[in-house]
Design a protein around this ligand. Structure first.
Ligand code: NAD
Ligand code: MG
Ligand code: MG
Ligand code: MG
Ligand code: MG
Length: 345
């Protein structure tokens, strides 16, 4: 089980006893990115699966066409031993209210992200297991890898172990969706939630878009053409990220010119300086002390006014116009492009 090369336990197929899920019924609530993949993979692994969707859900037809049994979330939960919460994180508390009366002692409430448990938006009774199996990729890849006989790495965490078998059952679930083929890394709800939020805010989604926009604006404000600026700071980013994804920083530095390497090595820390590090510390603090979670929950309760405004401002940025026109010229390139391998969720 424990691989000395890692700081945390990493599980593989040989660590899994599928008997911990074989005879159980799993309710998959939601049939979106993760839900459709978990439901179909588990069913094909021989597990009894029922999909829980509201009567008016547009996903009902898709789940039925895929040969799965569909009931309401409450009915599915009543029947199931394991209830997998795969509706959007902002919707989960409301769906939880519908299923809570149907949680029996010894049942498992299973998540793919820790937000609602970690920030106290869902408070399960003490006699149920609370676990997480979070694939480190979007659902379509979890499904595609499974069909190809391959696996998708996943995180596993146990928040509450009422039965004493929570870890074994979560491992069997991870095996059922194909993740144990690749490796399952143990973590905690706190670590998964806080690192996920920090990563998407500081680097993946927030940091990188602001870096791109500021680079673009700096070039255009100094008289360079928007087309050149777009290619240099946005389009080429994919090539750089692909190299880092394949072979780490070393492969990227080896692949660019010596001039790019020298300039990048000397200027990187000038651009992302100590002030940025302090900003990141503040962003992390707001994640850790719950300030960000409270803000996002209140924003949802208010109907998302700030979210909509910020999103519109982003779409109105000049780089979006020039980008759309340039991408039209290169529409043929889409055919060669893989779907994204990791979408921060
Ligand atoms: P999603 O946005 O694809 O939607 C899931 C499904 O929930 C929808 O298809 C629908 O069936 C149902 N749904 C949507 N709105 C609803 C509503 N208002 N009321 C009732 N049902 C509704 O969700 P997702 O991205 O699969 O996320 C599910 C969980 O998986 C989340 O906890 C998320 O954080 C986690 N996760 C997602 C990814 C990812 O790449 N998408 C990766 C890892 C973990
Ligand atoms: Mg039950
Ligand atoms: Mg260049
Ligand atoms: Mg993530
Ligand atoms: Mg996320």
């Amino acid at each position: 089980m424990t691989d000395d090369a890692f700081t945390q336990p990493v599980y593989h197929e040989e660590d899994v006893d599928s008997a911990h899920i074989d005879e159980k019924t799993v309710a998959v609530l939601g049939y979106g990115s993760q839900g459709h993949a978990h439901a179909q993979n588990l069913a094909e692994s021989g597990v009894d699966v029922v999909v829980g969707l509201r009567e008016d859900s547009s996903s009902r037809a898709a789940a039925s066409e895929d040969g799965l049994r569909v009931e309401t979330p409450a009915e599915a939960a009543a029947e199931a031993d394991v209830i997998s919460m795969l509706v959007p994180d902002t919707v989960q508390p409301a769906i939880y209210d519908e299923i809570e009366p149907h949680l029996a002692a010894g049942d498992t409430l299973q998540f793919a992200h820790g937000f609602n448990i970690h920030y106290g938006q869902i408070e399960p009774p003490e006699d149920v297991d609370v676990t997480m199996v979070a694939p480190k990729s979007p659902g379509h890849l979890v499904r595609r890898n499974y069909v190809a006989g391959e696996g998708t790495p996943a995180l596993l965490a146990v928040y509450q172990d009422a039965t004493g078998e929570a870890t074994d059952e979560a491992l069997a679930y991870a095996q059922g969706i194909g993740c144990a083929r690749a490796g399952v890394i143990e973590t905690t709800f706190r670590e998964e939630t806080e690192s996920d939020l920090f990563g998407e805010q500081a680097v993946l989604c927030g940091g990188v878009t602001s870096l791109v926009k500021t680079g673009y604006e700096t070039l255009v404000d100094n008289g360079y053409s928007p087309e050149m600026a777009y290619f240099e700071v946005l389009n080429e980013l994919k090539l750089i990220v692909d190299l880092m994804y394949e072979g780490g920083l070393e492969e990227m530095w080896n692949s660019v010119s010596d001039t790019a390497e020298y300039g990048g090595l000397t200027q990187g820390d000038v651009i992302v300086d100590e002030q940025v590090r302090e900003n990141m510390e503040e962003t992390l603090e707001a994640v850790q002390n719950g300030e960000f979670a409270r803000e996002w929950i209140a924003e949802n309760q208010a109907g998302r006014p700030a979210y909509r405004q910020q999103r519109q401002a982003e779409l109105d940025h000049d780089i979006e116009d020039v980008g759309a026109r340039l991408r039209d010229l290169f529409a043929w390139a889409d055919e060669d492009q893989d779907e994204p391998t990791e979408v921060p969720a």
